[in-house]
Every structure is written in structure tokens, then in C-alpha cells.
Design a protein around this ligand. Structure first.
Ligand SMILES: CC(=O)SCCNC(=O)CCNC(=O)[C@H](O)C(C)(C)COP(=O)(O)OP(=O)(O)OC[C@H]1O[C@@H](n2cnc3c(N)ncnc32)[C@H](O)[C@@H]1OP(=O)(O)O
Ligand SMILES: CCCC(=O)O
Length: 444
């Protein structure tokens, strides 16, 4: 364990005193989503003029950050992010956020092996319980590894967060240097818009592959969540969940009694996940509810663990796919959109699971500056990042159909993907596929 800056034991201090511990050049860590501190952040922003080059690692920011709002040029605070929310994306567009490429499930190991000990980690947590633990709420992620490696640990107590059950869900007071009083604001919510017709068409195709006892991972974004809505209308039962993110869609299925986890090999009877984001209803459902088993992300996301459940179905979203079957799910050229997240690890874990399948889904088109474009393309947008390589790709689904690329030649892949592109683009895609020798001349 890294040497602590202050071996004084946990002490209550004011948020202003906590922010006063920061000096120029330090590495801070705000953690991810619901654990990002709010009161500390506001106090630190007040000190902007005294500080330079304070580096802050964070992930999936759910509320505006005072340090970034106060410093629109990024001279004082440097924002380094492991997965972008819409807010992080806008800060990247503005030139003041930087992405750190990760497979989400490997992050605890990065903190333990590759990242120098963090100077100060500041995490928002539930208030201390009777056993001296500050529950990390619905945001387990890599926070345990971070706490073990940081030189100083500050917790910002807040009664607004749900208290979760599972493994390694808390930080003990003996590991904490300072405690500050938080704002008790309710946990940030993530809107869950109703599925579109296209979402429903794609979801219908995927649902045809789901059977009683399938073990689901539902990725981030509208389309994977549509699968949950449609599953409520189907007869399947005894579903299992081993996922990264718990969503409102999963909560609805749980409330309907569709999820029992009875046929899971790992954590039978439990919904395993590492974080949750959604509505107040979701947070109320998971609060002190032992059916939900929160674990560090290197348990939920590592392929050799995912595969221990049979019939794992991983359902994830992408923004663009080329005729080889490479999916670019996280960027638009150099414009960073989100992150690799858990996509590749769940694709691999599902493949390795007995009877497992992975699904990458996308709408066939999108609008850019009023022009309709195909998401299935001969070549990825220049500088686009490949999230799932062609060798890992299994099922791809659009509203026009679903194809399995495993065991298919380049020509067969190109043909299969053209068959599920929007009809208006198929002819041009086919022409380019021949011109670039993806499909040999004379090939039928
Ligand atoms: C969470 C788990 O359980 S682990 C595995 C899941 N993780 C992943 O799959 C990681 C990669 N995937 C993702 O990040 C998401 O699924 C996405 C980005 C593909 C889709 O998420 P959604 O929330 O449905 O995307 P949404 O339609 O809101 O678009 C997000 C942004 O991407 C932009 N975008 C979407 N498609 C495209 C495209 N084809 N080209 C360019 N930009 C695009 C949108 O304009 C939007 O940017 P804006 O906010 O500036 O307008
Ligand atoms: C926080 C990461 C969400 C994802 O895996 O996409």
C-alpha cells in the first residue's frame, strides 16, 4: 500500500480545509459517476487562482464540475477522463478534457500496476454505518483499488446516495484520512427515453435469440435498453444478469419477476453489476436490497469471469461499422464520444461462455447536419477508433436484419453487412466493396 501523506487517522474537517490540502501539480482522483464529490469540487474551484496544473482523473461525470466551469481554458485544472458522459464530451469539444483509453475491467489493475499512487482521492459516499464503513453506493468500479493506492483518502458523506450490498462495497474508517460533510443532494438521475421504432425493430431481432435462463449484459445507450422493454412483452423467464451497468430497463424486468438468476453458475439468485445509473425508482429499488450484488469492475467485466456463466448474451451499441465488421463505438474521427467501456470485454466473455452470444446493434442511418448517412460504411471515418475488432465480432443487428460474422470470409462479411444496411445505401456499398477487392470479381 502507498505511503500516506497524513497518517493521522480519520478526522472531520470542513470542505474548505479539505480543498486547502491541494497544491499545484498534484494528482487528484474524483472517481466515477455517483461517487464524484460535489462540495469539495465547489471549494477547490474557489482556489483556482492559487493553483496550476492540478490533474484530476474522473469518469462518467453526471453533474457540471465547478473546477471546469471556473477554468474554461484548463490552465489550472487538467481533466483526464476514463469514460465520457455527455458533459465530459462537451468539455472535450471545448478542448479541456482528455480521454484515457481503457478496458473498463482492467482499471483496478492499472491503478495497482501502472499508475503512480494518486496524491488525494476524494469520493462521495454514504454516511458511515455502525461498522465504520462508508458505502460506495451504486458505483463500485475501481474505487477499492484507488483507495488502497492513494496517498490520502477523503470521503464526502452524503445521505442522498443509495446504500448497496455486495462485495467490497465500502471504505472503512481506518482507511480514511479526512471526512467532510456533503450536500445530501439526491443521486443524479440518467434519463431513460422510450424506445424508438428502430430501437424496437432491432430489439425484436435480438430477443429471438434470448431463451429461458439466458444471462444478460445490457450495454449503455438507448438500443440495448429497448431489449429490456420488449422482453417485458415476451414469455421468457428465469433470466440472469451479470453486467457492468444496472439500468432502469433491468429494474423493470426484475420488478416483473422475469429475473430470478436461478440458472446462473456465478452468484445464483443475484443480479451482479458494478454500477447503476437511472431514475429515482432505480435507486430506491437497489437501496439495501441484497438481490443486487455490486462488485468491483474486475469481477463483472473480465472475460474469464464473465464466461463462467452459461448462455451469456452481451448486447451493446455502436455508432459505425465497416464492411470488414470493425465497430467504432466511441468516437467520430478525433471527436471522442464515450469510451471503450466494457464493450470489448463483454463481447469476448460472451463468446467464451457455453452457448454465449454477443450482439452489436446500431440503427442503419443517422443524420449529420441535416443529411442522412449510413452507419454501415466501406471504410471507417478517418481517425475513428476501433472498439470491437473484426475478429471478435459475432452478431450485428440493424432494423433491417441480423447477421453473424463468425467464420465468414471478408467477402461474406461485406455481403452480410450490406444486406442489413439501409436499402438506399446498398448499391453504393456493394460497388465500393468490389472496387476495393473486399468482394472478388466473379463472386456471387
Ligand atoms: C455499460 C456496460 O454494461 S458495458 C458495455 C457498453 N459500453 C459500450 O458499448 C461503449 C461504447 N458505446 C457507447 O458509448 C454508446 O453505446 C454509444 C455512444 C454507441 C451510443 O450511446 P447513446 O447514448 O445511445 O448515443 P447517442 O445517440 O446519445 O449519441 C451520443 C453521441 O454520439 C454522437 N453520435 C452517435 N452516432 C454517431 C455517428 N454515427 N457518427 C458520429 N457521431 C455519432 C451523437 O451525436 C451524440 O453526440 P452529442 O451528444 O454531441 O449529440
Ligand atoms: C462507464 C462505462 C460505461 C461503458 O462501459 O460503456
Amino acid at each position: 500500500m502507498a505511503q500516506r501523506i497524513a497518517a493521522v487517522g480519520a478526522r472531520r474537517i470542513t470542505p474548505k480545509e479539505a480543498a486547502g490540502l491541494v497544491t499545484s501539480g498534484m494528482w487528484l482522483d474524483y472517481g466515477a459517476s455517483l461517487c464524484q464529490p460535489d462540495v469539495f469540487d465547489a471549494e477547490l474551484a474557489q482556489r483556482m487562482e492559487e493553483l496550476r496544473s492540478v490533474k484530476i482523473r474522473a469518469c462518467l461525470t453526471m453533474r457540471p464540475r465547478a473546477v471546469l466551469e471556473a477554468d474554461p481554458t484548463g490552465d489550472h485544472f487538467v481533466w483526464i477522463n476514463l469514460h465520457f458522459s455527455g458533459y465530459d464530451r462537451r468539455k472535450h469539444d471545448a478542448g479541456i478534457a482528455n480521454y484515457l483509453p481503457v478496458n473498463l475491467g482492467e482499471i483496478p489493475d492499472y491503478y495497482r500496476r501502472f499508475i503512480d499512487p494518486v496524491d488525494i482521492v476524494i469520493l462521495k459516499t454514504c454516511p458511515m454505518d455502525a461498522d465504520g464503513y462508508f458505502n460506495l453506493s451504486a458505483a463500485s468500479f475501481w474505487h477499492r483499488a484507488l483507495i488502497e493506492r492513494a496517498r490520502m483518502v477523503i470521503v464526502e458523506e452524503s445521505s442522498g446516495l443509495p446504500h448497496v450490498m455486495g462485495e467490497q462495497t465500502g471504505v472503512h474508517i481506518s482507511e480514511v484520512d479526512y471526512i467532510i460533510r456533503g450536500d445530501d443532494a439526491p443521486a443524479a438521475e440518467l434519463p431513460n427515453p422510450p424506445p424508438t421504432d428502430v430501437d424496437r425493430a432491432v430489439a425484436r431481432l435480438i430477443i429471438s435469440e434470448i431463451e429461458d435462463g439466458s444471462c444478460l449484459q445490457i450495454g449503455i445507450g438507448g438500443m440495448p435498453n429497448a431489449v429490456c422493454s420488449l422482453l417485458r412483452e415476451s414469455p421468457v423467464k428465469d433470466l440472469g444478469i451479470h453486467t457492468e451497468m444496472l439500468t432502469d430497463g433491468i429494474i423493470d424486468l426484475y420488478r416483473d419477476g422475469r429475473i430470478t438468476g436461478a440458472r446462473k453458475q456465478l452468484n445464483p439468485g443475484k443480479i451482479a453489476c458494478t454500477f447503476a445509473l437511472g431514475s429515482r425508482h432505480l435507486y430506491d429499488t437497489i437501496d439495501r436490497n441484497a438481490d443486487f450484488h455490486f462488485c468491483p469492475v474486475d469481477y463483472t467485466n473480465l472475460p474469464h469471469i464473465i464466461m463462467q456463466n452459461d448462455r451469456v448474451l452481451a448486447i451493446n451499441n455502436t455508432t459505425q461499422i465497416d464492411l470488414q465488421g470493425q465497430a467504432a463505438s466511441e468516437s467520430d474521427g478525433h471527436r471522442h464520444i464515450s469510451g471503450t467501456g466494457g464493450q470489448l470485454q463483454f463481447v469476448r466473455g460472451a463468446y467464451a461462455s457455453k452457448g454465449g452470444k454477443s450482439f452489436i446493434c446500431l440503427a442503419s442511418t443517422y443524420d449529420k447536419r441535416g443529411e442522412r448517412r449510413s452507419r454501415i460504411v466501406p471504410s471507417l471515418t478517418q481517425c475513428n477508433i476501433v472498439t470491437t475488432p473484426r475478429t471478435d465480432m459475432m452478431y450485428v443487428a440493424t432494423e433491417y436484419g441480423m447477421v453473424n460474422l463468425k467464420g465468414r470470409s471478408v467477402a461474406e462479411r461485406a455481403r452480410a453487412l450490406i444486406s442489413i444496411a439501409h436499402p438506399d445505401f446498398r448499391e453504393a456499398l456493394e460497388r465500393e466493396a468490389y472496387e476495393n477487392r473486399l468482394i472478388p470479381s466473379g463472386y456471387f
